[in-house]
Write a protein that binds this ligand. Structure first.
Ligand SMILES: Cc1cc2nc3c(=O)[nH]c(=O)nc-3n(C[C@H](O)[C@H](O)[C@H](O)COP(=O)(O)OP(=O)(O)OC[C@H]3O[C@@H](n4cnc5c(N)ncnc54)[C@H](O)[C@@H]3O)c2cc1C
Length: 168
């Protein structure tokens, strides 16, 4: 089934830390850019949706996340291996945080459209994992690939590949 085509300025593939941070910064730096985010997961946060239950950040919460919303409360742990040091968010906290970024920052801007449970197909198309319906996106500015594996490979090989020109 083919859905009606949609238009956007930036198509972001991946609603993990990278895709959300990009969208958050773009909202702050531009007055009217429209962003469409597509992700296979049902919730924002990327691989944190799949992380094992006891995972925590390896760095203080305060240094992680998007610019417009702080993660954590800035307290120092008083027990455990991290005693005396700034808190390390648990996986559940990180997942909840990225959900708040989407629900309290990105979507209320009115400039972000989010398509969870959708697989990006290339050439600006995506497919719903629930219904199989396909949507073509007309990208006015850029397609931004924010998939962790591609980013790692691109960072090692050729950074400009991270942001590809939209094939309009
Ligand atoms: C246990 C653990 C602890 C970590 N701790 C830290 C830490 O303390 N500090 C730190 O800086 N980093 C940490 N990291 C690194 C972590 O990988 C990054 O912080 C960050 O979460 C990666 O985000 P990302 O957006 O690059 O990728 P991901 O989280 O992998 O998001 C990519 C998204 O792209 C989506 N996607 C891919 N292909 C498609 C497609 N074709 N169509 C639609 N969607 C697609 C995926 O579904 C996924 O949701 C940790 C990682 C792990 C595993």
């Amino acid at each position: 089934m083919q859905q009606p085509p949609i238009e956007t300025d930036y198509l972001v593939i991946g609603a993990g830390a990278a895709g959300l941070a990009f969208a958050d910064a773009l909202l702050a730096e531009t007055a009217d850019a429209h962003i469409t985010i597509v992700d296979r997961h049902g919730k924002p946060g990327g691989h944190w949706n799949d992380a094992y239950s006891f995972v925590t950040l390896h760095q203080p919460s305060a240094f992680y996340g998007v610019n417009s919303l702080a993660l954590g409360s800035g307290h120092k742990d008083t027990i455990g291996l991290n005693r005396g040091l700034y808190e390390l968010a648990s996986g559940a906290e990180v997942s909840g945080y990225f959900d708040r970024v989407m629900q309290q920052r990105l979507l209320p801007s009115g400039r972000v459209r989010y398509h969870p449970l959708c697989n990006a197909l290339g050439a600006g198309g995506f497919e719903s994992l629930l219904s199989g319906a396909r949507t073509q996106v007309h990208v006015r500015r850029k397609t931004v690939i924010a998939r962790f594996k591609d980013m790692a490979a691109a960072a090692m090989a050729n950074l400009p590949r991270l942001v590809e020109r939209a094939s309009v």
